[in-house]
Design a protein around this ligand. Structure first.
Ligand SMILES: Cc1cc2nc3c(=O)[nH]c(=O)nc-3n(C[C@H](O)[C@H](O)[C@H](O)COP(=O)(O)OP(=O)(O)OC[C@H]3O[C@@H](n4cnc5c(N)ncnc54)[C@H](O)[C@@H]3O)c2cc1C
Length: 449
């Protein structure tokens, strides 16, 4: 009888457990999770703050009971305290028992590391203020929701997807909001300036103070129950501060035992195998194969966690189904702007030492004879040598999310700009013009090349 230990159970752990049990119903699968819940969709936090969630319980798609019913041995509110990869053992103890309590030991045949990621907490003076909240798990969600019921002012630190979404929802619920970032544009790591200028304008129209191009240097608690966020350029006082400056892999337990990227992400092969025998990793604790560069990368997204988790079940006995890699396809809605992207931006390519070209096209998404239409900004990133598609960004008041999925498939399939320009895209005036804007930007790129 094979015994599997799964450490961590949000998305990667939940999908790994269900896929292993589906493939091997006779195996013993132990699941360890330090929280009392599993499968929490953190993407719902900002929506819940803005009262767009029908029932917060629906932000979980699985439960300890359903995994137990599927055959798993569940250890909820249990911390795995050490892992000996070579000896095939781990130790654990209930969270509530306290750090001095004795641990128990489990021997495993196979280990699945799904310990995910933790929010980056920079060593800034005063950051442990009780007014500074994190935004990652269910407990954080409750803390933010409770604070947001009363608080009328907030400083959000970090203008990536998570910070931008929460700042948007605060501003829509009457909270005076300041968005701080060291970079000089919101969503600067996700979109080019032509698009982020539209985002900045939307924030300003909704009264959000943009404090960009300035790093936080200190947090100071005040007597009137507020916190002052001190930056290189100013001071911003509010009833709460939300820290959303990125994530790091939660892999300290494996340090020195398996190969990792410098940031601690466990390097996995096409079958989710780590460098040591019988060890698998997936989700935010692991690397992804990033197709636009053909290299391992760290891109913490639920999309990757789910797909990688499913593959563990298929591959844990015999390597069978290869991971197809990722394009980091993602989207965000801010006010009436839909934003979606897949693959590299020019800045992202430069950060990775690659040369790319970009083609931009702004045009209405459907014909002018329709009673309404609206512009779409499309930016296509492509390799000037091979003409291969490397990325795409879209922004519009129309729903353009599907366009990022099209680019994702084009990158995955190794399409050139010429091939993308010739794809059989539908035309119907409710949806698009005779030349769909994805095809149109590809045609423009091909003409420029
Ligand atoms: C606010 C927010 C919004 C997001 N929105 C999106 C989105 O719209 N689309 C998208 O694709 N992605 C989104 N993401 C990213 C997505 O949530 C993560 O990529 C995903 O949660 C990764 O899942 P995971 O299971 O790998 O890791 P995690 O979610 O980090 O889960 C790891 C689990 O392991 C447990 N654990 C860790 N160490 C131990 C231990 N020693 N013992 C026991 N248990 C342990 C933790 O308690 C945790 O439950 C968002 C993230 C946030 C924070």
């Amino acid at each position: 009888m094979t015994t599997v230990a799964i450490v961590g159970c949000t998305h990667a752990g939940t999908f790994a457990a269900t896929s292993i049990l589906a493939e091997h119903p006779d195996w013993t699968v132990h699941v360890f999770e330090r929280n009392g819940t599993l499968s929490f969709l953190s993407c719902g936090i900002a929506l819940w703050v803005g009262d767009h969630v029908s029932d917060p319980k629906k932000m979980f798609y699985s439960s300890p009971e359903s995994l137990a019913q599927a055959g798993a041995t569940m250890h909820m509110r249990t911390d795995v305290t050490s892992i000996d990869v070579e000896g095939h053992t781990l130790t654990y103890r209930p969270v509530d028992a306290g750090e001095d309590a004795p641990t128990e030991t489990l021997e495993f045949d196979k280990l699945v590391v799904t310990t995910g990621s933790r929010p980056v907490i920079p060593p800034i003076p005063g950051i442990d203020s009780r007014h500074v909240l994190l935004c990652k798990n269910w407990d954080h969600a409750i803390a933010i929701k409770e604070k947001a019921r009363e608080a009328r002012s907030a400083v959000v630190i970090g203008s990536g997807y998570i910070g931008a979404e929460i700042a948007e929802q605060f501003s829509l619920t009457g909270v005076a909001t300041t968005l701080v970032d060291g970079l000089d544009r919101p969503l600067a790591n996700n979109f080019d300036k032509q698009i982020t200028d539209q985002v900045a304008a939307a924030f300003e129209e909704h009264g959000v103070t943009l404090a960009l191009g300035q790093k936080v240097t200190a947090f100071r608690d005040n007597d009137d129950d507020t916190v002052t966020v001190v930056t290189e350029k100013g001071e911003y006082t509010a009833e709460m501060a939300i820290l959303a400056v990125g994530f790091l892999p939660n892999t300290d337990l494996l340090k020195g035992q398996v190969d990792m990227l410098p940031n601690g992400a466990i390097v996995v092969d096409d079958y989710m195998r780590a460098s040591a025998p019988d060890v698998y990793a997936c989700g935010d604790s692991a690397t992804v194969f990033y197709n636009p560069t053909g290299r391992h990368d760290y891109i913490p997204l639920a999309t990757n966690a789910v797909r990688q988790g499913l593959l563990v079940g298929r591959n844990i006995e015999t390597p069978t189904v290869k991971y197809m890699g990722t394009q980091a396809t993602s989207a965000v809605q801010l006010y009436d702007l839909s934003l979606a992207a897949s693959g590299l931006t020019k800045a992202g390519a430069e950060r990775r030492g690659l040369t790319v070209r970009e083609t931009e096209l702004t045009e209405d998404y459907r014909p002018d004879f329709m009673l309404t239409t609206t512009p779409v900004t499309s930016i296509l990133t492509w390799d000037p040598e091979t003409r291969k598609v490397k990325g795409g960004q879209f922004c519009s008041k129309a729903d353009i999310s599907g366009a990022a999925n099209v680019i994702s498939m084009a990158i995955q399939a190794g399409f050139t700009i010429d091939q993308l320009a010739n794809v059989d895209f539908l035309f119907q005036p409710n949806f698009d013009k005779p030349v769909y804007y994805v095809g149109a930007v590809a045609m423009k790129a091909a003409a420029e090349a």
